[in-house]
Design a protein around this ligand. Structure first.
Ligand SMILES: [Zn+2]
Length: 154
């Protein structure tokens, strides 16, 4: 058995899955070969590490509490009293209602302003121009254009 054979069989040897005949040959090689003995020790250490560590690292004690405390919730250890929770819930609900009403009021205000603006434009007051019948110059101008139109038609 040479070194590469031993390397191939080491894991089976350590797991106790090697036939007795092979075990004897392997152990004889190990007695003579420093490199394979080193390799064996390395594999043993590795196996020890793997078998000793949990598949999932455990969470330290009171990890959640400490994290929450560090995050700025100083009173995390004390569970909030029912009254406190009620107060929080009430204030949240109030805030929500105020927000809804406020936004609804804002929408209504915008709608009213838009309607008022439209009415202003329709009334011809948007550009601050006087109504034509109130302005002698405009009346004169319109009368001219009416005359011209009549002239074209004839
Ligand atoms: Zn060897």
């Amino acid at each position: 058995m040479n070194c590469s054979h031993v390397e191939d069989k080491l894991d089976f040897y350590l797991d106790g899955e090697l036939p007795t005949g092979r075990i004897n040959k392997l152990e004889r090689h190990l007695e003579d070969c420093v490199d394979c003995r080193k390799l064996l020790e390395e594999r043993k250490r590795l196996n020890a590490i793997i078998s000793s560590s949990d598949p999932i690292p455990s969470v330290p004690d009171r990890f959640v509490e400490k994290t929450v405390t560090r995050a700025g919730f100083g009173a995390a250890r004390q569970r909030p009293t029912p009254l406190f929770r009620l107060a929080v819930a009430a204030s949240l609900l109030l805030g929500l209602l105020v927000g809804l009403l406020g936004s609804r009021q804002l929408v209504l205000q915008f709608e009213q302003e838009a309607i008022a603006e439209e009415e202003t434009m329709m009334a011809g007051e948007f550009f601050g121009l006087p109504e034509p019948e109130d302005d002698p110059l405009a009346v004169y101008y319109f009368s001219l254009s009416e005359d011209n139109n009549q002239g074209v038609e004839e």
